[in-house]
Every structure is written in structure tokens, then in C-alpha cells.
Design a protein around this ligand. Structure first.
Ligand SMILES: NC(=O)c1ccc[n+]([C@@H]2O[C@H](COP(=O)([O-])OP(=O)(O)OC[C@H]3O[C@@H](n4cnc5c(N)ncnc54)[C@H](O)[C@@H]3O)[C@@H](O)[C@H]2O)c1
Length: 266
């Protein structure tokens, strides 16, 4: 069991879910976001912190032996926004981890948008080079590179999870391939913090989807067995909406509509 597990981005979609469901992994959960976190539950410490504030991030990380790093800009945005939350923020997190009295193990929430320009008929594994589909995707590639460098130079272990689409259920046809159930994400987080030796793997964050594009055999040593499958929702989706046309980005690229998006100017 961890002593203190930090969850950043705790006011977000995944952060709220993790806050509610990861209490069994640590004696204390340190819950953080940049604004109001509500009242502390038993076993929680609340810390309001902007990831762009280097000294505040050092204080945030100190004393934590685990970090689920979900905080940051989670969709395409102007460069200044991406840079502050996802580049400066990630640098501050790793520098804080390097300087801390306890070296934390980190789960970094990367994204399918780090590899979004691969086509949907291509099968990827952990060795597939990045192919980001926008500034947001580039920022996730940067985060994976930071994780790699801090592992090789300083021994900080990180699981970079290229999260597909983690929602209660798939919201469109592309998500039949990218969907990760919340239960499967919790199972993955458990394995990341329980496995004796993690290293610095790239993991595709998806359920056991029949329509998957991703191969996680390189991380079989984690013992993670996703148990859900987006196929269970296909009939309901078909009844609710048309699949995308064959030439639409949502049907061509793994990153879907992000690939058709322009650069967001400030
Ligand atoms: N939900 C998914 O399916 C999915 C898919 C791929 C990747 N991800 C990644 O997982 C993480 C969580 O996703 P989410 O859907 O919960 O996103 P979200 O946007 O709902 O939550 C992100 C949280 O980060 C916080 N944040 C943003 N900038 C910050 C800053 N400068 N300082 C401190 N906090 C800041 C926000 O306040 C927010 O609460 C993100 O890093 C996202 O890129 C999520």
C-alpha cells in the first residue's frame, strides 16, 4: 500500500472518478486541482495548486510515493494554454519528483492523440513512434519524453498511459475501438502501483475491445487484464447514430476529428 497518493486534475472527469475510487491504494489521498476541491473526505488532504507554479508543485509532490497525473489541458487549445499546463506543468512535476525526499512512482495520463495520425487500419504497439494530431497531442509526446528521460537519468518510474476514451460508455463509433471503461482504468492504476518493478512503459489505455487497434503485449508483465469490450455497445450506438462516412477523419484516423482540426490561435 502507498503512503500518500497524489491525484492531480481531481476536479476533472477522470479526477473525480479516481478521487472516489482509489482510496484503497494509499493511507492518504492528496487531492489537487487549480480551484476549489470541496470538503475533504476521511483520508484526504486537499491542495489547490496551479501546475504552472513551480514552487507550489514542489510542495505538492513532497511526501507522495505515488502520483496519478491527470491535471492539464485535456483537449486542443491555443499554444499558450497547452504550454503552461502540459509542458511547464509536466516539467515542474518531474523536477519536483526528482527533488522530493521520497521518489514517487507516476502514472502520466498521455493520450491517443499522441498517435492520432495513424490510420485506423494500422495496428500499434508500445514501439510505434508517436504521430501526434495537434498541439495537444504534441504536448503528450513531450510528457512521454520527459517520463523517459527522468527514468533513464534518475530512476523515476512512470507508466505513460495513452488513454483512448475513458467514459462510462462509448459515445461514437470510433470509441468502439478507443473506449476504456472506468473499471478497466481503475484495474490498470492498481497494477501500476502494485507491480514490484514498473520501469517506464507505454501502455494503451483501452478496454479489451473487439475492434481494437492497439497491442499491449509489451506490458503483459503488469498483469493488467481489461475486462470490458466496447462491442457490447455497438447495437445501441448503431440505433442512435449513423457511423461516420468513409472519408471522414472520424473513420480514417485513430485520433478522429482532432486530425481535421486546425491550430487554435490565442
Ligand atoms: N477522458 C479521456 O478519455 C482522456 C483521453 C485521453 C487523455 N486524457 C488525459 O487524462 C487527463 C484527465 O482527463 P479528463 O477527461 O479528466 O480532463 P478534464 O479536462 O476533465 O480534467 C483536467 C483537470 O486538470 C485541471 N487543470 C488544467 N490545467 C491545470 C493547471 N494549469 N493546473 C492545475 N490543474 C489544471 C483542470 O482544472 C481539470 O480539473 C488529462 O491529462 C487528459 O489529457 C483523458
Amino acid at each position: 500500500m502507498l503512503k500518500k497518493l497524489l491525484i492531480t486534475g481531481a476536479n476533472g472527469n477522470l479526477g473525480r472518478m479516481c478521487r472516489a475510487r482509489l482510496g484503497h491504494l494509499a493511507e492518504t489521498l492528496r487531492i489537487s486541482d487549480r480551484d476549489d476541491l470541496g470538503a475533504a473526505a476521511a483520508g484526504e488532504e486537499l491542495v489547490i495548486c496551479d501546475l504552472a507554479d513551480r514552487l507550489a508543485v514542489e510542495a505538492l509532490v513532497e511526501g507522495c510515493d505515488g502520483i496519478v497525473h491527470l491535471g492539464g489541458q485535456s483537449v486542443e487549445a491555443p499554444w499558450e494554454v497547452i504550454r503552461s499546463a502540459n509542458l511547464d506543468g509536466v516539467f515542474h512535476l518531474y523536477e519536483a519528483a526528482r527533488k522530493a525526499s521520497v521518489t514517487p512512482r507516476i502514472l502520466f495520463a498521455s493520450s491517443n492523440h499522441a498517435i492520432g495520425f495513424y490510420e485506423q487500419n494500422e495496428r500499434l504497439d508500445a514501439k510505434s513512434p508517436p504521430k501526434p494530431d495537434g498541439l495537444y497531442g504534441v504536448s503528450k509526446v513531450f510528457g512521454e519524453a520527459m517520463a523517459s528521460m527522468y527514468h533513464d537519468k534518475f530512476g523515476i518510474e512512470t507508466a505513460s498511459v495513452r488513454i483512448g476514451s475513458c467514459f462510462p460508455e462509448p459515445r461514437d463509433h470510433r470509441m468502439l475501438s478507443t473506449w476504456m471503461s472506468e473499471d478497466d482504468f481503475v484495474r490498470l492504476i492498481e497494477r501500476v502501483f502494485l507491480v514490484p518493478r514498473l520501469g517506464c512503459p507505454i501502455i494503451y489505455g483501452a478496454s479489451d475491445n473487439g475492434a481494437s487497434w492497439w497491442d499491449n503485449r509489451d506490458v503483459a508483465y503488469l498483469g493488467w487484464r481489461p475486462q470490458d469490450d466496447g462491442e457490447a455497445y455497438r447495437a445501441a450506438l448503431d440505433a442512435r447514430m449513423e457511423p461516420p462516412g468513409r472519408d471522414e477523419a472520424a473513420a480514417v484516423y485513430q485520433g478522429g476529428a482532432f486530425c481535421a482540426d486546425g491550430i487554435h490561435e490565442a
